[in-house]
Design a protein around this ligand. Sequence first.
Ligand SMILES: Cc1cc2nc3c(=O)[nH]c(=O)nc-3n(C[C@H](O)[C@H](O)[C@H](O)COP(=O)(O)OP(=O)(O)OC[C@H]3O[C@@H](n4cnc5c(N)ncnc54)[C@H](O)[C@@H]3O)c2cc1C
Ligand code: FES
Length: 274
Amino acid sequence: MFQISRKQELAKGTIVRFDIVAPKIAKKAQAGQFIILRVNETGERIPMTIADKDEFAGIITIIFQVVGKTTALMRSLKEGDFIRDVAGPLGRPAEVEKIGTVVMVGGGTGVAILHHVAKSFKEAGNFVISIIGAREKELVILEREMDLLSDELVVTTDDGSYGVRGFVTQPLEKYLQERKEIKLVYAIGPIVMMKNVCALTKKFDVPTIVSLNPIMIDGTGMCGGCRVNINNKVQFACVDGPDFDGHQVDFNELMNRNSIYLKDEKDCMLFSIH
Ligand SMILES: Cc1cc2nc3c(=O)[nH]c(=O)nc-3n(C[C@H](O)[C@H](O)[C@H](O)COP(=O)(O)OP(=O)(O)OC[C@H]3O[C@@H](n4cnc5c(N)ncnc54)[C@H](O)[C@@H]3O)c2cc1C
Ligand code: FES
């Protein structure tokens, strides 16, 4: 059993932050890794990125968007409540080294996943430019935290209600045109955002890493659920990723595979409400 030591609702309550007491995981976790949790004995297993950790306090942080049955159930939990199972850290850590100027691009809840990686790149001595985007002002998350760890920060909103109006790819294109010293782009967010970021960085020949979010079940390479196509080769995101070279990812296949269960997921959510 894993206790929730702190709960915070962000972005109109559609995004929630949990600090969870998990000393063994906090000790080992590295940026880019994730956990698989089960809220209760009959619950489904779902993956969540370790958005931050405090090794000394034995705490890991997850930040999740309420999108369906399990995340809605998680939002109903209170500080002091317990999560039945938390397994991790899983996946390969992000490859972090001192390379110079890097651009961190995050969209929506992807910013939560990006945060730990961006922090590690900063700690490794890189010049970190961050571009974070959301649909509207109320949905911008972790702006203060990203500002603290970035040398430059740009916030975008699709509707222009805060920061620069438009998608994250607009300021990114400007940076790529003006800053030839950019060595790497890291992009985490909706699949379509990562796909568009990669199309852009390919034109400028800048290496790009993305973090993929296929359906995962066991998280150990056994079930095949998280199969992704990288450079025409099958890889399992839970053990070979979740980070991959964005220029080699078949994003269309990923979008198709992720939509296979849409009807079941909607039914499941409706059933749990009634
Ligand atoms: C490695 C990894 C890290 C992730 N980290 C985060 C995170 O930090 N914050 C966050 O908000 N979300 C994260 N996700 C996505 C998160 O797992 C899903 O939002 C969650 O499983 C939704 O469950 P649900 O029952 O609430 O919604 P459902 O209605 O069941 O599903 C809604 C959508 O969530 C996705 N999803 C559902 N079940 C799974 C599953 N078993 N594995 C993967 N995706 C699933 C699908 O795209 C689905 O269409 C991550 C996914 C992966 C693969
Ligand atoms: S989640 Fe089962 S193989 Fe990756």
